[in-house]
Design a protein around this ligand. Structure first.
Ligand SMILES: [Zn+2]
Length: 271
């Protein structure tokens, strides 16, 4: 389990590093999937692009994140795994920890300069924020709250394929929470915008960090109250009322969308 205190000293040879190459996590072929690599080994084998980013502690070991420039990996020693490909293959808490590392790397890269005055920023507040050297503006890692809602109508649930040609999954509806809006208002607004339905009895289900690049998914259930399906073609290809015995391809059970759908199916079938 990763603790979130971020190491404030420079990395030592025995510290651990999650190495990223684009959207891939690089792992040792000898190690278990998702395991970080000792810094000593990273320094000897990769050209690390910039300073290591402190992430936290795994037990007593300080863990950092790094981006490497290698166009190709030594296939006899290392393997690159797409982050999405790790979902379901590794323990959920390990995936969330790697997601934290990936998100902190992106946050650090995107906030080298102050958004207010343009001066350079430095890590401050025990490495938790980037602070402007000139105007002191502090920028902490940003999360974007995003609701995801499974709408039900009696024994059916509403599943939708997102616009954009990828019909691999039919999922629950989702969208970002707007400034000045409660999550429940966002649920009602997104359902109306995307499929033209009114909903009520909105209830919180659970949450999941989704570090692509910085969402916090907030899961809800809601009951249909009025309207016929009328999709916004910019957002949705197709939306269907589905019964548990006739489901289209749905997201994996690791995702909160999968959990929402599976929970509905369980209730309906009494499993
Ligand atoms: Zn500034």
């Amino acid at each position: 389990m990763l603790t979130f205190d971020r190491p404030t000293r420079a990395a030592a040879p025995s510290d651990l590093v999650w190495v990223f190459r684009g959207r891939e996590l690089v792992g040792s072929l000898l190690g278990s999937p998702g395991a970080p690599i000792p810094y000593e080994e990273v320094a000897a084998n990769f050209s690390v692009r910039e300073a290591l980013i402190p992430v936290g502690y795994l037990g007593d070991d300080a863990v950092y994140a790094a981006v490497i420039d290698e166009a190709e990996l030594d296939m006899m020693r290392y393997v690159g795994s797409n982050l999405f490909g790790l979902i379901g293959r590794i323990d959920e808490s390990l995936f969330d920890a790697i997601g934290r590392a990936y998100q902190l790397l992106n946050w650090d890269r995107d906030h080298r300069h102050c958004g207010r005055c343009g001066s350079t920023t430095q890590l401050a507040d025990k490495g938790q924020c980037r602070q402007c050297e000139t105007c002191n503006l502090s920028v902490y890692p940003r999360l974007s709250p995003c609701i995801i809602v499974l709408v039900t109508r009696g024994g059916e649930c509403l599943l939708a394929a997102a616009a954009g040609g990828n019909r691999r999954f039919y999922s629950a509806l989702a969208g970002f929470v707007e400034p000045g809006e409660t999550c429940e208002q966002a649920v009602a607004r997104e359902v109306m915008e995307e499929v033209g339905l009114e909903v009520g009895n909105i209830n919180y289900f659970g949450s999941q960090p989704w570090p692509f690049p910085g969402q916090l998914m907030l899961g809800y259930t809601a009951e249909w109250s009025a309207g016929e399906i009328n999709v916004d073609p910019e957002e949705i290809d197709e939306a269907l009322w589905c019964t548990p015995d006739r489901l289209p391809p749905i997201p994996p059970p690791f995702s909160i969308a999968g959990q929402l759908i599976n929970s509905f199916v369980k209730k309906q079938t009494g499993d």
